[in-house]
Design a binder for this molecule. Sequence first.
Ligand code: AMP
Ligand code: MG
Length: 318
Amino acid sequence: MAILGTDIAQAKQLLEQGKLVAIPTETVYGLAGNALNPDAVLSIFETKARPSFDPLIVHTDSIEKIERWVKEFPAPLKTLAQAVWPGPLTILLPKKEMIPDIVTSGLDTVGIRIPNHPLTLSLLQSLDFPLAAPSANPFGYISPTQAAHVDQQLGEFIPYILDGGVCQVGIESTIVAWENNQLHVLRLGGLSMEVIENLSQQKVALSLNQSSNPQAPGMLKSHYAPRKPLYIGNLEKLFQQHSGKRIGVLSFQHSLPDASIQRVLSTLGDTHEASKNLFRFLRELDQSDAEVLITEFVPEFDLGRAINDRLRRAAHSE
Ligand code: AMP
Ligand code: MG
């Protein structure tokens, strides 16, 4: 098991030695290493069993630092970043050579963001290199939203987990790029399309399958998945169809009267509360004695779109 704590100096020292540290963010916990050190980055891929074609997001604490590592920062993206950061928004920018190819899986753009968590921001301020940090879970499984989740699955492989409590947003960042004079959302996430359109004062294109690397697993059909079979649809019907089995239910707002193993994402019907609870509840149901899991789509607005995207991939079996 890893050591859990809030010692930034210890985290800094380990990272400077090329070791990995799990870090809290407002989205999910990250498995962090020095993004400028290819050996540290390689050990991130190995620890997660993540395929090398899946690029990592790089984290730092200021736009001034970012400008050292990228060739340009288009004005519309910078304006959006200034309004949102620190926050759940990742921006793709053309990278300079000092960002190793292993970080971006050979792509010439790098995904960068400034995360919103006080512990991690202090850590980043103390470092003169950025941190590459994918979610701190085995590849393809449900993302971790508290330190104990990281410890359960990766604790034996990492020396230190910076414990920053429960992630307040609970799903990964929204990824945007600037192409053909337009903002494109490449992955739905913790910042809604509505907020991005309001802040940028322009219509945003949803280009979920147009990543420069269409194989990138944030875009894969099956991801964020529990080990147990998960079905998505009308809860009453699914409950009927699986009668005779122990069923774990993940519902949006209302509970199912006959279900004994059950989690409700937000009794108030709030998509932000639902996103904060999503991965923890999926994990708890996966660890319960249910044999199958059933869930339903949430309303397709605000963070509901990103939640539905995660549910769709979590339920996909191939
Ligand atoms: P995460 O799993 O939250 O660390 O996010 C990593 C995901 O971000 C990848 O699976 C890609 O979908 C996306 N991503 C990161 N960097 C790039 C990039 N340079 N170009 C396109 N997509 C990227
Ligand atoms: Mg991930």
